[in-house]
Design a protein around this ligand. Structure first.
Ligand SMILES: NC(=O)C1=CN([C@@H]2O[C@H](COP(=O)(O)OP(=O)(O)OC[C@H]3O[C@@H](n4cnc5c(N)ncnc54)[C@H](OP(=O)(O)O)[C@@H]3O)[C@@H](O)[C@H]2O)C=CC1
Ligand SMILES: C=C(/C=C/[C@@H](C)[C@H]1CC[C@H]2C3=CC=C4C[C@@H](O)CC[C@]4(C)[C@H]3CC[C@]12C)C(C)C
Length: 563
């Protein structure tokens, strides 16, 4: 892109909702934060209760709960009841979309009891967990054992079920891929009530490969076996500042974890963790982490930083100091490192609580942070929700690594949002073409980060108020997302479905590959029972006519299949 200048835009008149957003902190401090703390505490007690049960007891309850799911599915009358989804309330889910399908006719199946860790198998290095186990809960159990899921998403509240049926990513994804790539087996309840265990090489391997990104539209996940890795007590983190234009920053980022000689599987050359933060069109800080023992961390001269303590500076601001003081290294306790973005919701916390990063607030009330996303969603009302769709961007662009520079330039031109989060992840070449897949023939180019078996991608995370909005200028959020989606389609890139999407059905299936998904939906009887993934991702309140059409379309397909 040659012209990096962002377009000039006219000024916008502020309305009531601008003030609601600006002064939301009052409500957040007096209501959301105290209730969030209480809510977190109750969840914590639930986790403790779960951990007090023997594994045998948890398995017994699991079997009983699976039977309840089967029974509920069998009770459904397809002629009268709506299409099936989980009973999880729209406001509880972490994602940004409005979950409109749960606000229209649907048939709910309650999975809320599935919140136990069923087994930590140190021999097989597998954690068998139920879908509502969340990231905070699992790291609390595994990290003290010097074990961890291979990919731990940063926000405590993200659930195994959501990360598998949607997508999940973390700074270790340049080695292990997306969250679902670390799963070795799924236990699924199919539309007809059969309970199957799908692995990559058993008779249900097609189902196994189709589950990620399917949004719970093939069956209900009731347990997953997930790969564990050995970890140490600390993360030795190096913060490297880079200055230059956006293409220079992209190159600096690539060089931080992808050796130019292509030796991508060499642990000497490739760090355990990577993350990049682009703070402006000319400044970025790239962080690389390696696990370190407590003996190493506590050696004289080493700096230990407990970033998880409530009074500590917010992580993204702390990282930014590398731009002033130059490269530095410190040791962070592993679990605190995993959840480093939880306390300030990346940098979204700054807009919700503008002084939340000040030292006096952190010391006095920092322990109440973060506001629970679900309580923010439950109390935001329609106007603030729409404001976030129209005047704010929360999107991820999953782009091939070599296109990161172009993506950064595009975001600058269209949205001017900073900071931008960069997190690499592999897309593996699988025996079948899944909904997201590497570029055909990528192996021939031998680009930085690629291996013969996986193409390196990057999540370009674009979350914040765009420059024009901060300057009080006109901005059309829906149009910006529409353009972003077209850019993604043109550049073999993907948009996670937790975000608000403007895609029409045709474009949705230009972005994602439909073949395996459609095949598996028909083969396992999901058509006519579960909603389709596009119906779930589609933005906007569903009219009765649309709901009827969706139900009818499914029924017609199902009957045609049966005939
Ligand atoms: N670091 C990261 O990786 C981050 C990821 N995210 C995204 O946030 C999203 C929200 O997470 P979360 O609140 O945990 O999940 P959600 O409750 O939003 O679930 C996401 C989707 O998965 C489906 N699903 C969840 N559990 C099951 C199950 N047991 N069986 C079948 N389908 C299921 C849901 O179906 P239904 O609609 O029927 O409930 C929904 O379509 C994730 O999808 C993730 O991609 C967000 C922030 C960070
Ligand atoms: C995808 C990633 C991280 C994303 C987070 C930054 C966002 C995920 C969900 C977002 C939010 C949900 C609902 C909200 C309610 C609103 O009233 C305010 C905003 C927000 C709290 C919003 C903030 C950003 C998220 C937490 C990974 C891959 C980095």
């Amino acid at each position: 892109m040659s012209d990096l200048q962002a377009p000039l835009r006219p000024k916008r008149k502020k309305g009531l909702v601008d003030f609601l957003v600006q002064f939301r902190w009052i409500f957040v401090i007096f209501f959301v934060l105290p209730f969030s703390t209480l809510y977190y505490f109750l969840i914590y007690l639930g986790d403790v209760r779960s951990e007090m049960k023997s594994y045998k007891q948890r398995q017994k309850e699991h079997d009983e709960n699976v039977l309840k799911v089967v029974k509920r599915l069998k009770q459904r009358n397809p002629k009268k009841d709506g299409l099936v989804c989980t009973a999880r309330k729209p406001w509880i889910a972490v994602g940004m979309r409005n979950v409109d399908y749960k606000r229209a006719r649907h048939y709910e199946v309650d999975l809320s009891a599935f919140r136990n860790i069923l087994e930590i198998d140190k021999q097989r290095m597998i954690a068998r967990v139920e879908p509502l186990v969340n990231m905070g809960q699992i790291t609390r159990v595994t990290v003290p054992m010097n074990l961890s899921l291979a990919v731990v998403a940063e926000l405590d509240d993200l659930t195994v079920g959501g990360l598998i049926n949607g997508y999940g990513i973390e700074g270790s994804s340049h080695i292990y891929g997306l969250f679902s790539d670390t799963v070795v087996a799924y236990e699924i309840v199919l539309a007809d009530g059969r309970v199957v265990r799908a692995t990559k090489d058993n008779e249900y391997s097609d189902l196994f490969y189709a589950i990620p990104w399917s949004q719970g539209t093939l069956g209900f996940l009731v347990a997953a076996e997930i790969k564990l890795i050995p970890v140490k007590e600390y993360m030795r983190l190096t913060y490297t500042p880079v200055v230059g234009n956006l293409q220079d920053l992209a190159q600096g980022y690539m060089d931080s974890f992808a050796p130019r000689d292509g030796d991508q599987d060499n642990p000497e050359k490739v760090p355990d963790f990577v993350e990049g933060m682009v703070y402006s069109p000319t400044e970025g800080v790239f962080m690389t982490g390696r696990y370190a023992s407590k003996e190493e961390a506590k050696k004289k001269g080493n700096k230990i930083n407990n970033v998880g303590w409530w009074f500590k500076p917010w992580f993204y601001q702390h990282a930014q100091t590398a731009l002033k003081k130059g490269e530095f290294v410190e040791y962070i306790p592993t679990r605190e490192y995993y959840h480093r973005h939880t306390r300030c919701l990346y940098w979204e916390g700054k807009l919700i609580l503008p002084f939340g990063d000040q030292w006096w607030f952190r010391f006095l009330l920092g322990w109440l942070m973060p506001p629970k996303v679900s309580l923010l969603k439950a109390t935001q009302g329609e106007s603030i929700r729409n404001y976030y769709h129209e005047m704010h961007v929360i999107q991820d662009m999953l782009v091939p690594l070599y296109k990161v520079g172009d993506a950064l330039e595009w975001v600058h031109h269209e949205m001017e949002i900073y900071p931008i989060w960069l997190c690499p992840h592999r897309l593996f070449k699988l025996p079948v073409k899944t909904m997201v897949y590497p570029e055909p023939g990528f192996e021939q180019h031998r680009r930085q980060g690629d291996t013969p078996y996986a193409q390196m991608f990057t999540d370009v995370g674009v979350y914040y108020a765009p420059g024009p909005v901060l300057r009080g200028e006109v901005f059309d959020g829906a149009e910006a997302v529409r353009k972003l989606e077209q850019w993604l389609i043109k550049n073999h890139s993907f948009q996670p479905q937790y975000a608000v999407s403007e895609l029409n059905e045709k474009d949705f299936w230009r972005m994602f590959d439909a073949d395996l998904y459609e095949h598996v939906r028909r083969k396992y009887g999901a058509v006519g029972t579960f909603m389709s993934v596009y119906y779930k991702s589609k933005k906007g309140r569903k009219t009765e006519k649309e709901v009827q059409e969706a139900e009818q379309a499914h029924l017609e397909t199902a009957y045609a299949e049966a005939d």
